[in-house]
Design a binder for this molecule. Sequence first.
Ligand SMILES: [Zn+2]
Length: 128
Amino acid sequence: METYDSSLAPRFSQLLAQREAELRALLHATGDFAEAAVEAGPHEVVDFKDVAMEQTRATVDEAMAEHAEQELEQVLAARRRLDDHSYGNCLDCGEAIDLRRLTSLPAAPFCTACQAIHEHERPLAMRR
Ligand SMILES: [Zn+2]
């Protein structure tokens, strides 16, 4: 298994910065959408189908924003771990996290085994 070492720090720093920017843009966009939905709300005559659709969209939007916020926290935590050189090790068992996992999920705080345990305990966490 390939693992993270500090020579990869600039690459992961860039990956995390990029993800942080994406998440911030997403949160900004969903915030705008929520405002727009409120503005269009009470003044317009809409049939029930439209209302249901708006509500579905708002719910999806909220769930997405909530997930983005959680992921943003993980990204920021991962950047702190890069800075203090603890990045790349599982927060639970301390073992090195598979590099392939880190490459696809740079903010991953746990190794695959510990992640599975966490998902079992909190089924909604970290689901993609
Ligand atoms: Zn672990």
